[in-house]
Design a protein around this ligand. Sequence first.
Ligand code: PEP
Ligand code: MG
Length: 623
Amino acid sequence: MGASHGIAEGKAYLLARKKTKFSKRYVAQEHVDKEIRRVQEALEKSKADLRKIKETLTHEDVHEHLFILDSHLMILEDPMLVDSVSEIITLERKNAEWALLTAFDNLKRVFNGSENEYLRERKSDFDYLCNWILKHLAGRGEESLQHINDKVVLVSHYLSPAETAQMDREKVIGFVTDLGGKTSHTAILARAMKIPAVVGAEKATQEINAGDRIILDGIEGLVVVNPTRETLDHYRNRKVQYGNLERDLLKARDLPAETLEGKRIQLTANIEMVEEANSVLEYGAEGIGLYRTEFLCLSQGRIPCEEEHFQVYRSVVERVAPYPVNIRTFDFGSDKSPDIASLRQERNPALGLRSIRYCLREPEIFKDQLRAILRASHYGKLRILFPMVSGLSELEKAKAIYEEAKEEVREKGQPYDPNVEIGIMVEVPSAALIADVLAKEVDFFSVGTNDLIQYCMAIDRVNKEVAYLYEPLHPSILRILKFVVEAGHAAGIRVGMCGEMASDLRYLFVLLGFGFDQLSMVSSMIPWVKRIIRSSRHEEAKSLVEMLLATKHGKENEMTLSTWIQEKYPDLSDAVLCGYPGSLGSSRKGISDYSGEPSDDLHERKAVPACFRVRSKGLCKGD
Ligand code: PEP
Ligand code: MG
């Protein structure tokens, strides 16, 4: 996976590190205290390491992300950690290493089941920390990056965020790791520090030898080992082109996302964690279209109190001001950790007591959240989004509780915006089919295609056996989208989309054709989506939609769409259809408003060997 954009070329530097090995032993009663002391000492050393690293980090790019190290320190300093390890040693008589691993495994379990990539990868932070302490238990610290003297591409089994933050950018020009994911803190830091990176390469440390020449493509998620002269030249050219393209795209950051005829679409970001709010404006987001607040509970393992909610929402709103933030009320239940929402295990959780249903059942919990949102509304522009609404009576009940919350805030004399807009997620077919009725009761719609398609096609969205039925262009879905947009517009309200369909470049023309007012997505996709919108014609997209609505099969529509894109937008088709945003052409007239030269590397891409172009993710040895 490409974790941080950019291309690096250099010599491989291998960090010889594997998971720290240790034996699992039971200890005798008389050794229990000694084992506990060993853990305490190792913990102290690890904390001291982290504090020292923090002190040495002065560069401002990294400074903004010091919260990552703070959160690591908080985990190590939490008395619960040492208590639970001590308890395991005492009760289960496991040796220090084994007890430590057990305690971290327990912590990780909370995150493991999450469908959310960001949260799943929080467990990698526990892995780093556990490994760090294990190293001290084994009597040695982590191999340092300090003695790297040349410019190198670092190759390692894993890299902790703390190490990444310490990297000297003059020397480490890129890195590849066997482990890791795109939204791990290590990847977040690599992006902040603009170090190209590929993570999750699985066998990089086995396939690459120290001193090998490496090309690392952080955009495609590709590592080429000992490339030929031709490949080297190709990537050198490409590096220049990427640089131009990125500069172009970022220059367009403040330009509107509008079609060639001037039809404007608002592009906003989806976030799960408060810290993501920092970077959304850098990508040109005009606010946050979906803040999934349930992750606040999932990351803490409990439902926060009103004050905690308030602090978080206020901070998000202030970070994004003057742009708006759509705060979605809790959508937990189903696959999002029922334990935490104190929900019973259900036979059919996706159809069970989730989301707004749970909130209506637990009005006090719901009201805590609503009061906090209202209080945060004083500090910026904020809107409320109710998830999983299935009909009018649910919406009426939710609004009644909202009115009570408002009254309570008012009675306490706390400042709030009395005109906070209320919207609903349109993600349950029953709601979609009465969109004309619901539109009269709210200020905006946000279509959640992840659930809408799940419920409409009767397929579990996390079950890969039925994933083939997940067809955004199925005639039923297209009809629903058309109906929802038209119903919303007839009532004079905005209609947006925040499901994954909104960030899939293939479907962009379809959404344009339907007339969506807002598209919300992972922020890094915004520059690419904007580029395509600014190169397209709304009228053409409308005719495309007419054509698709006339067909009977979703699969047929996929083919029709591909052909249409290739014919109408040949210079965009490579990027749109192959999911390779690095190759966006510029068919937009007046592209000079991005300044710099248009970056059309389509011609060059044709010269690239097939192994690099078609599903080129992974390692290509000796190309
Ligand atoms: C959706 O269902 O499309 C959506 C955006 O909500 P979530 O993915 O959080 O269920
Ligand atoms: Mg949903």
